[in-house]
Design a protein around this ligand. Structure first.
Ligand code: HEM
Length: 530
């Protein structure tokens, strides 16, 4: 039957319709595809990624200050390669919280004192991340990246290396370095330069590296190795930009930095091996490494006696045994934390004293009086503690030109910094120190260098603003040592040397090389003081 013959079930109809649609669609697709080539696919993909990158940026930025759009992918990467103090300053002034996005990194900057303190004091939300490249250079399993209890426990084992009693032991090594370097400075200025000033920033970097190495590892490191560490450390600093290219490419700054860091770890590991032998043989403690190794030996003896059931007094610092490599990694963090900051403070201190002779005269008079008129009296903690005005000069230098202006942290989870803004998980959150230290309420007339504010003024009471060494669980381990070292340095220099500063239009301008330095690298000429 024709009707029956023509009968088709609804299913069959649907299948036919589907086939028909398919053939139409494949026709359209074929026509579209005939216009598609590799380039248009790549372009579409690229534009989608650009759009995704922008949308994510705008979403993360939320209500805080920052550019409305970001430069696709790289953001202000080129600016961060050569950071300018003025640009940072403008960013801090733009609002209490502001942001940038460089490559995949979203960065939140906490500018005001209270915002900065909030970040420093929120260990349940943030942990230090240093900068990206630091993980690669210092190694990801370095103690400075530990968090929470593991960090507190590790740090407890290091605190004993920086007590007043311990710091006193390291003074003779430091005095020896200052004697040698001051003689060298005079020689450079008088013999090589015939009294003409030259930039001293790099000499100060070498001096501070020598001080650090002698304090950390004493005489275990030969002079030649120390010079190499000082020279190559420059490459480590150069590698640590706020944001680096994500992978280490050969012959880039990070590549050279990594090689230098490996070399420094290797040198420190050799020192650790030597110290273990010497201390085991009953040698005296001369440096931080010796003090640490000694506490390992004492802790081990204690554990063995307790295991045998012998009652003994617990050592003040109970630590486990560390391998030479572990010790070397930790010493590298000390160098990493100290080298740039102390070099910066040292450079400003010499410049500021030269530019303000009336203050240098006061430092001189105080140092001579504390040494009972004999300028050759060696360093001691008693002596340093008498130097009230010298301490004020050092503190004012650290306030006026804080070496560390920003401390990168990373948000471990979404971090509600204010009621209206939450930093997304994984973002870099950076508390700044400069605005708090130049806050006119805490430090009236903040652009004026005034040590008296620490003596007769109330600067000492402004503890909330004193962020030079950070605050919270990661505050600077070396702050007492650093302050004492700078006091010892400038006091001793004032006893034995005169120095002239050639002021240029760039002397008071600030350049950022990890820390702050005068833009002209501080042109000085030293001479012997009779
Ligand atoms: C003028 C010199 C120095 C300045 C301005 C300075 C400043 C700082 C700052 C701002 C922090 C971060 C603190 C935080 O996150 O709350 C820090 C951490 C640290 N500093 Fe210093 N520092 C100086 C010298 C030194 C020296 C000489 C050492 C020597 C060992 C040192 C060892 C450390 C260590 C180990 C940390 C990390 C502490 C931790 O994570 O627990 N610093 N420093």
């Amino acid at each position: 039957m024709a009707t029956n013959a023509s009968y088709a079930s609804p299913l069959a109809d649907a299948a036919n319709a589907h086939l028909m649609h398919n053939s139409i669609a494949s026709g359209i697709l074929a026509r579209l595809l005939s216009n598609v080539n590799g380039w248009s696919v790549a372009l579409t993909l690229f534009l989608s990624l650009v759009a995704y990158d922008q949308i994510m940026y705008v979403w993360k930025k939320g209500s805080i200050q920052g550019p409305a759009m970001k430069m696709p992918f790289i953001g202000p990467f080129l600016q961060s390669v050569n950071p300018k103090f003025e640009e940072y300053y403008a960013k801090w002034m733009s609002g209490p919280l502001s942001c940038v996005s460089v490559f995949h990194k979203f960065v939140v900057i906490a500018s005001t004192r209270d915002m900065a303190r909030k970040v420093f004091n929120s260990p349940s939300f943030v942990k230090p991340c240093v900068v990206d490249a630091a993980y690669k250079l210092l190694r990801p399993n370095n103690w400075v990246f530990l968090d929470g209890k593991a960090h507190v426990d590790y740090r407890k084992g290091l605190n004993g290396l920086f007590t007043r009693q311990a710091l006193e032991i390291y003074l003779p090594e430091q005095e020896d370095v200052y004697n040698r370097y001051f003689a060298k400075f005079i020689n450079i200025s008088q013999e090589d330069n015939k009294g003409k000033p030259e930039p001293f920033m790099n000499h100060f970097r070498e001096l501070q590296c020598a001080i650090a190495c002698r304090t950390f590892v004493g005489q275990y490191m030969p002079d030649e190795a120390m010079k190499k560490v000082s020279h190559d450390y420059y490459l480590i600093t150069a590698a640590l930009e706020l944001v680096n290219f994500p992978i280490i490419l050969p012959f880039t700054k990070t590549w050279y930095g990594k090689k230098a860091a490996d070399m420094v770890i290797d040198e420190f590991a050799k020192c650790a091996a030597k110290s273990k032998v010497r201390i085991a043989a009953g040698g005296k403690v001369h440096c931080i490494l010796d003090a640490w190794v000694k506490s390992m030996v004492e802790s081990e003896e204690y554990r063995q006696k307790i295991a045998k059931g012998i009652e003994v007094e617990k050592p003040s610092m109970l630590v486990r045994n560390f391998s030479d490599f572990e010790i070397a990694m930790t010493l590298l963090t000390f160098l990493f934390a100290s080298q740039d900051a102390t070099s910066s403070a040292c450079t400003w201190l010499f410049q500021i004293m030269a530019d303000r002779p009336e203050l240098l005269d006061k430092v001189r008079a105080e140092n001579l009086a504390a040494r009972n008129g004999d300028r050759n009296v060696p360093f001691s903690m008693d002596l340093l503690e008498k130097l009230e005005f010298t301490r004020a000069v050092v503190k004012e230098t650290l306030r006026y030109r804080p070496p560390v202006i920003m401390v990168p942290y990373v948000a471990k989870k979404a971090f509600p910094i204010t009621e209206t803004y939450t930093a997304p998980k994984g973002s870099m959150v950076i508390p700044t120190t400069y605005p708090a230290l130049h806050d006119p309420v805490a430090y009236p007339n903040p652009e004026y260098f005034d040590p008296e504010r620490w003596v007769t003024g109330d600067a000492e009471l402004q503890v909330k603003n004193w962020l030079v060494f950070g605050t919270g669980p990661h505050y600077c381990l070396g702050q007492t040592y650093a302050t004492m070292n700078l006091m010892a340095m400038i006091g001793k220099a004032s006893m034995h040397m005169n120095w002239e500063h050639q002021i240029t239009p760039l002397s008071e301008e600030i350049k950022v090389f990890a820390t702050l330095f005068p833009k002209d690298d501080c042109l000085l000429a030293f001479s012997k003081r009779d």
